[in-house]
Write a protein that binds this ligand. Structure first.
Ligand code: FAD
Length: 276
C-alpha cells in the first residue's frame, strides 16, 4: 500500500519569505504529497497571514490545508474562516485547540477543545472538509493522564475527524504503544507520525521542552557533543530520523507528516533515503 506523505509549513512574515516558501513547495512537489498544510499562530495571531499563504500555496497544490485553532477565537470568527475556506474551495483543515499567548484565559473561549471545533465544522459544513486533528504519542503536556489524552483523541474522531497527525517524537515505541492503546478503546483511525528533521540543537531543545516532545538521553547527549558543528548535526540528524521513519513505517504507520521548518532539503533527503 502506498504511504501518504504531507508537508507542514508556517506562514512567513515577509514577501521575500513567502516567495521562498513557494519555491520550497515546488521542490517538495517531487515527492507527490497528498497535501501541504500551513500553521495558525497562537490566539489567531496569523489569522490573515495563514489564509493568504494557503491561497498562494493552493495555486501550486490544490490540497493545501490551513491549520485552524479555536482557542481565543469567537464562534463567529471561526465560522467566518471556515465558510471562507469552503467558498474558496479548500477541502481539508487541521482542526486544533491551539495555545494562547500568556495572559489570555482559556475560560474566555467559546469553543474550548478541538473536539468541539470538529463538531462545529461538521455541523456547519457537513462532509465538505477532510479534518485532521493532533495526536500525542508522548501525551499532551496538559493532559491529566495518558488514558485521558487518548480518550480525548477518540472524542475528536467520534466528533467527525478523519485522522490524526502526531506531535513529533524520537521514540518509535511511543508510537506503537499509542496505536495499541487507541485500538484497545475501539479507535482505529489512521494516525500519521509527525516527523521533525534535526537541524539545530538549541532550537530543537527549546521547542521540545515547550511542546512536550521527549529527546531521549542518548540522542540529547550525542547532539550536545556535536552541537557547534552544523554539518555534523545535519548528517547525524538525517541518519537518526531516517531510521526512526523506517521503524515507524515497519510498525504500520500509514504515512509520514513532515514538520518542514519551511525547508525542502532535509525532508527530501530523508524521503530519498527511505526510497519514497
Ligand atoms: P485538544 O485536543 O483540545 O487537547 C488539548 C488538551 O486538553 C489535551 O491535554 C487534552 O487531553 C485536554 N482535553 C481535551 N478535551 C478535554 C476536555 N473536554 N476536558 C478536559 N481536558 C480536555 N498550535 C498552534 O498554535 N498552531 C498550529 O498551527 C498548530 N499546529 C499543530 C499541528 C500538529 C500536527 C500538532 C500535533 C500540534 C499543533 N499545534 C499547533 C499545537 C497545539 O495547538 C497544542 O498542542 C495545543 O496545546 C493543543 O491543541 P489540540 O488541538 O491538541 O487540543
Amino acid at each position: 500500500m502506498s504511504k501518504r506523505i504531507s508537508f507542514e509549513f508556517f506562514p512567513p512574515k515577509t514577501d521575500a519569505g513567502k516567495e521562498k516558501l513557494l519555491a520550497t513547495q515546488q521542490k517538495l512537489l517531487a515527492k507527490k504529497p497528498a497535501f501541504f498544510s500551513c500553521t495558525f499562530g497562537a490566539g489567531g495571531s496569523t489569522r490573515d497571514n495563514t489564509r493568504d499563504m494557503v491561497n498562494q500555496l493552493r495555486n501550486q497544490h490544490g490540497d493545501t490545508a490551513p491549520h485552524l485553532s479555536c482557542i481565543g477565537q469567537s464562534r463567529d470568527e471561526i465560522l467566518e474562516l471556515v465558510n471562507g475556506y469552503k467558498d474558496a474551495g479548500v477541502t481539508r483543515i487541521v482542526a486544533l485547540r491551539g495555545d494562547l499567548p500568556s495572559g489570555m484565559g482559556y475560560a474566555q473561549s467559546e469553543i474550548k477543545y478541538a473536539d468541539e471545533l470538529v463538531q462545529l465544522i461538521r455541523e456547519e459544513t457537513g462532509d465538505h472538509f477532510a479534518l485532521e486533528v493532533a495526536a500525542y504519542p508522548e501525551m499532551h503536556p496538559q493532559a491529566r493522564s495518558f488514558e485521558d489524552d487518548i480518550a480525548h483523541f477518540k472524542r475528536k474522531i467520534d466528533a467527525g475527524a478523519n485522522s490524526g497527525l502526531t506531535q513529533y517524537f524520537y521514540n518509535a515505541d511511543a508510537y506503537g504503544y499509542y496505536l495499541d492503546a487507541l485500538q484497545k478503546i475501539g479507535c482505529d483511525a489512521p494516525v500519521y507520525p509527525g516527523i521533525m528533521p534535526i537541524l539545530n540543537v538549541a532550537n530543537l531543545v527549546r521547542f521540545s521542552s515547550t511542546c512536550g516532545a521527549d529527546i531521549p538521553r542518548w540522542l540529547h547527549s550525542k547532539l550536545n557533543d556535536i552541537k557547534d558543528d552544523d554539518a555534523a548535526v545535519k548528517a547525524f540528524g538525517e541518519e537518526v530520523v531516517t531510521r526512526l521513519c523506517e521503524r515507524l513505517l515497519a510498525m504500520g504507520a500509514p504515512g509520514l507528516h513532515f514538520y518542514t521548518m519551511n525547508q525542502a532539503g532535509p525532508n527530501l533527503r530523508i524521503l530519498d533515503n527511505l526510497g519514497m
